[in-house]
Ligand binder design. Structure first.
Ligand SMILES: *[C@@H]1O[C@H](CO)[C@@H](O)[C@H](O)[C@H]1NC(C)=O
Ligand SMILES: *[C@@H]1O[C@H](CO)[C@@H](O)[C@H](O)[C@H]1NC(C)=O
Ligand SMILES: *[C@@H]1O[C@H](CO)[C@@H](O)[C@H](O)[C@H]1NC(C)=O
Length: 188
């Protein structure tokens, strides 16, 4: 009985420790192997997300970098955010849907842009967009850089949903785990 309680306590301590080191840059190796970083689908089938460098995880203030892989048919929601965003397509092909009419009441029919390996695109602040792996056989992999993390995402059910009805998702799925962590001191 005592032994069982003891192992439970050890397990609890270990998990608390793992949690603490995941949400902190302390002890972070200078050079890290991306294949060994935490990846998860955060409840979205067909997605693999890795926060390579983050604000809530690593205490960065100006930029955040993600590596995302979309299986055939997988896609982001239709969404907007008030940060700058740059994509670099590392592998695969797909479609970018983008509206540049943020002055109207709703996004409206998006423009479609084919995206391909070694292509890049940037998303203007607050423009509604969606990235979709429209290839039926190949993964789409992108490196994503955003400014002003942590990201505040407004999600639309469809392209004709009013901007004011878009649902705020904050903290975003991959930021949830570290959101409660105390702010990281950035002064020397
Ligand atoms: C990076 O990690 C992967 C998966 O663990 C491993 O196969 C690979 O050898 C590592 N690369 C280096 C240079 O250590
Ligand atoms: C991407 O484009 C750059 C510039 O032309 C080139 O040097 C690089 O080899 C390309 N990479 C791939 C994976 O095609
Ligand atoms: C899907 O990916 C394959 C493999 O790269 C490519 O040959 C094919 O043209 C792509 N299909 C579309 C619809 O882009």
């Amino acid at each position: 009985m005592g032994g069982l309680y003891f192992s439970f306590l050890i397990a609890l301590l270990l998990s608390a420790n793992v949690e603490a080191s995941y949400c902190s840059n302390e002890g972070l190796q200078t050079v890290r192997n991306i294949s060994e970083l935490t990846q998860d689908n955060y409840g979205r089938p067909g997605l693999s997300h890795i926060t390579i460098s983050g604000s809530l995880i690593h205490g960065f203030k100006e930029v955040e970098v993600w590596l995302q892989t979309f299986a055939p048919g997988a896609h982001t929601p239709i969404h907007r955010h008030s940060c700058e965003e740059v994509f670099v397509v590392l592998k695969g092909t797909g479609t970018l849907y983008l509206t540049t009419t943020s002055h109207t009441k709703y996004p409206g029919s998006p423009q479609e842009f084919p995206i391909f390996s070694n292509s890049t695109f940037q998303i203007p602040v607050n423009d509604a967009h969606q990235v979709w792996n429209t290839n039926e056989s190949e993964d789409l992999q992108v490196l994503v850089i955003i400014s002003r993390p942590p990201v505040k995402v407004f999600i639309y059910d469809d392209w004709f949903m009013p901007h004011t009805a878009a649902k705020l998702k904050f903290p975003y799925y991959w930021d949830e785990k570290c959101y409660q962590a105390p702010p990281v001191k950035d002064e020397l």
